[in-house]
Design a protein around this ligand. Structure first.
Ligand SMILES: Nc1nc2c(c(=O)[nH]1)N[C@H]1C(S)=C(S)[C@@H](COP(=O)(O)O)O[C@H]1N2
Ligand SMILES: [Mo]
Length: 311
């Protein structure tokens, strides 16, 4: 496996990325100071600056996808169907102020706002593999915290077995979203054990900086052992439920988009071969790994399940 390396930033990017370059020795106060001290760095439509973060567990040492590719080649269908549409159109999204409604089977239902989230939960950087069902993949340094911590804060109610997520949805901000493509708002869901698994991240940034709008600002899910469509962006609502929710893609085409959608090179997809994937940073084709390479950490959750039936 290639050794970990960071792409060399272009000169114009060096100042805003100071925190990013110091990532191995990040001190909370230092990073917060840098973030607030960046005079002239545009903030319009952007999430608020991130507090400091530490280096979290489970990171891969594979080469990173460049930030340019990860922020320029996106799936965020509310902002249009082409890969470069989200980068062009997502500036309309206003991410500050922002709150998430937490409801359903929780002890403390109600809204929680981003200020509170950023104050309450310690941020970590996690370098994860991202495998899209379209058979391309990236390696992205996310910044976030385990979803389990937010759920513990809200208090998982007795009887809760699933967690449902809903994205921001406003056609006046997202005029490119076609009514016919999906039944909006975009929703996704996990089983409770998947949602509280330590790999499952709520990400508020990437590449050492706040989350770009096109990648799901100000807060999105990252579930690295599942196909990318499970990693829902720009979350506005989290609901705990007793019965299995019906996520948007799954409802549209259950054969193509399973509820579980665990990365599985053995399950055929009608449109994309899943045995291999194209690495976007170098165009190479590599073999797709079961659970996207996270099997040691997650396979236990599916013991006894027929993973070809329960795709
Ligand atoms: N709300 C919303 N979330 C979404 C999507 C979307 O269209 N809308 N696309 C999904 C898909 S298919 C993928 S592969 C990932 C892509 O994340 P990225 O663009 O940050 O790489 O986001 C997922 N989350
Ligand atoms: Mo995807």
């Amino acid at each position: 496996m290639p050794k970990f390396s960071y792409p060399i930033p272009r000169t114009a990017e060096i100042t805003p990325k100071a925190a990013f370059l110091n990532r191995r020795a990040v001190v909370a106060g230092l990073t917060a100071g840098l973030a607030t001290g960046l005079a002239g760095w545009p903030t319009i439509g952007r999430a608020q600056p991130l507090p400091g973060f530490t280096s979290g567990p489970y990171s891969t040492d594979e080469d990173l996808t460049t930030k340019e590719v990860a922020t320029g080649y996106c799936n965020f269908f509310e902002f249009g169907p082409a890969k470069d549409d989200p980068a062009q159109n997502a500036h309309m999204l206003q991410t500050d102020p922002w709150s998430i409604m937490i409801d359903g089977l929780v002890d403390r239902p109600g809204p929680i706002d981003m200020d509170d989230i950023l104050r309450r939960f310690a941020l970590e950087e996690r370098i994860y593999r991202l495998r899209c069902v379209e058979a391309w993949s990236m390696v992205i340094p996310w910044i976030g915290f385990p979803l389990a911590e937010l759920l513990a804060y809200a208090g998982v109610g007795s009887g809760a077995r699933y967690v449902q997520f809903e994205s921001f949805d406003d056609v006046s901000v997202m005029p490119q979203r076609a009514r016919s493509l999906l039944d909006w708002p975009y929703t996704e869901a996990l089983r409770l054990d998947e949602a509280t698994h330590p790999l499952t991240l709520l990400a508020v940034g990437m590449y050492g900086d706040v989350m770009p709008n096109q990648n799901g600002a100000p807060i999105r899910l990252v579930v690295p052992w599942k196909y990318g469509f499970k990693s829902i962006k720009s979350i506005k609502r989290i609901s705990l439920t007793a019965s299995q929710p019906a996520p948007t893609w799954h409802v549209k085409s259950p054969r193509e988009y399973g509820f579980y959608a665990n990365v599985n090179p053995g399950v055929r997809h009608p449109r994309w071969h899943q045995a291999t994937e194209r690495r976007l940073h170098d165009g190479t084709r590599i073999r797709t790994e079961m659970f996207n390479g996270y099997g040691d950490l997650v396979a236990d959750m599916y013991a006894g399940m027929d993973l070809e039936q329960h795709y």
